[in-house]
Design a protein around this ligand. Structure first.
Ligand code: USQ
Length: 389
């Protein structure tokens, strides 16, 4: 397949690029390196410094003799997107190229507006470029489980059948997201669904849970192939943060009561799921939704597992309860369906003690890189004052 990966420099994009290239697919990657700029703005850095994308691609070629094509540009520039799609003629477009952090989007008006303009404009340009240059291509778009929020009923896989006043219809599942970032994914979902309905495009929206993990088969091949792993309060996801906090002897930052329950998956399973979606495309005109996670945990359960892993490693890991900087339910019902990727053959890597132990060991290796100032949350959902010019 010819696979175009949008956001190929990121935590998930780079491992995805290596995964498809290793499988023999023709890989094109595009990125505008915006994430590196946001890191500088926020004063944060990944656990391990990440070489430039150009250097990693050269190293990949040297080690595997496989070429990846790189194009640098911004998806909000429609000319860049049109030229890219015309030139690459992809069979599959894997779209990660969005601002991915809920806290980043909740800092102030400017970051909320930026997140939505950036994410929505980029995705709209992708849809229009598909219509013009590759209408048969399959869009594999990274959505989020956070689109659904935490409703008091079971979460279905994308659609729900409703009986209303004696009539029945199947509609997109209602969305109650918890940040302007998560809302940007909701708006994207509606735009993609609409493009499938009116233009007959084909798309799969992967409503992904919270990802954890440092290594994939390919990142472990060479130090240059390590991915952009964050543990800070802006871009770090909860288990990745806990692992690094434990590695440097800092308490785990548990927000609120800790009963917040989410779907989780290993970064290795992200690659497997994207691969399964890409190799089993949806039909023309079909907007397909997969709930992409393998297990549900509460944040407290993860903290307890981290404490146990610390004990095995001879570390005394403590839990610190912090006033929740977010507005979210801290005790709630959560039961999300996730069978469609399993039906396609997903073989999950579950969160065993051995998986946490190995993440902890890797984090300990890079202990001296950790900036402990980046652990405490500095962005609140309410109460922050916007600085006006
Ligand atoms: N949390 C803590 N302590 C921390 C960090 C987070 O208790 O130090 C809690 C949060 O309050 C929240 C839960 O852990 O209840 C998850 O937070 P997170 O930062 O790991 O994940 P989230 O902000 O939801 O966003 C992440 C990714 C996002 C993706 C989403 C999937 O950054 O790109 O869309 O996970 S999901 O959560 O399923 O929507």
């Amino acid at each position: 397949m010819r696979v175009l990966i949008l956001g190929g420099d990121g935590y998930l994009g780079w491992p995805t690029a290596m995964h498809f290239s290793a499988a023999g697919d023709d890989v094109w990657v595009a990125d505008n390196f915006a994430k590196r700029k946001w890191e500088l703005e926020e004063g944060i850095a990944p656990l391990v410094a990440v070489p430039t994308l150009h250097r990693r691609i050269r190293r990949w070629k040297a080690l595997t003799d496989k070429t990846m094509h790189i194009r640098v540009g911004d998806l909000t520039n429609h000319r860049f997107v049109y030229n890219l799609f015309e030139e690459a003629q992809p069979d599959v477009i894997v779209h990660y190229a969005e601002q991915p952090s809920a806290p980043y989007s909740m800092q102030n008006r400017a970051t909320a507006v930026f997140t939505q303009v950036n994410n929505l404009t980029g995705t709209l340009n992708v849809l229009f470029a598909m219509r013009r240059h590759c209408p048969d291509a399959h869009l594999v778009k990274l959505g989020t489980m956070g689109e659904y929020g935490t409703p008091n009923i079971d979460i279905e896989e994308g659609y729900i059948t409703i009986n209303h006043n004696g009539r029945t219809d199947t509609v997109l599942y209602p969305k109650q997201p918890g940040s302007y970032y998560h809302l940007s994914k909701v708006h994207d979902s509606h735009n993609i669904n609409f493009a499938c309905r009116i233009w007959g495009l084909r798309a799969t929206d992967l409503n992904q849970g919270v990802v954890y993990g440092i290594d994939t088969d390919q990142t472990a091949l060479d130090p240059d192939f390590r991915t952009s792993f964050h543990y800070d309060h802006v871009f770090g996801t909860v288990l990745n943060r806990f692992v690094v906090q434990a590695a440097v002897g800092e308490p785990l930052t548990l927000y609120g009561k800790g009963g917040q329950t989410r779907g989780f998956l290993n970064i290795r399973d992200t690659l497997q799921c994207v691969d399964l979606a890409a190799r089993n495309p949806s039909n023309a005109g079909e907007y397909r939704v997969f709930n992409q996670f393998t297990e549900q945990f509460s944040v407290m359960e993860l903290a307890d597992r981290m404490v146990a892993a610390g004990k095995r490693a001879g570390l005394k890991v403590k839990i610190r309860h912090i006033d929740n900087p977010r507005v979210e339910l801290e005790e709630h019902y959560y039961n999300a369906k996730h069978s469609k990727l399993n039906e396609l053959g997903l073989n999950p890597s579950l969160l065993t003690g051995a998986v946490i132990d190995s993440m902890l060991a890797t984090a300990q290796t890079y202990r001296s890189n950790v900036d402990k100032e980046m652990f405490l949350p500095q962005i609140r959902w309410v109460g922050g004052q916007e600085r006006l010019p």
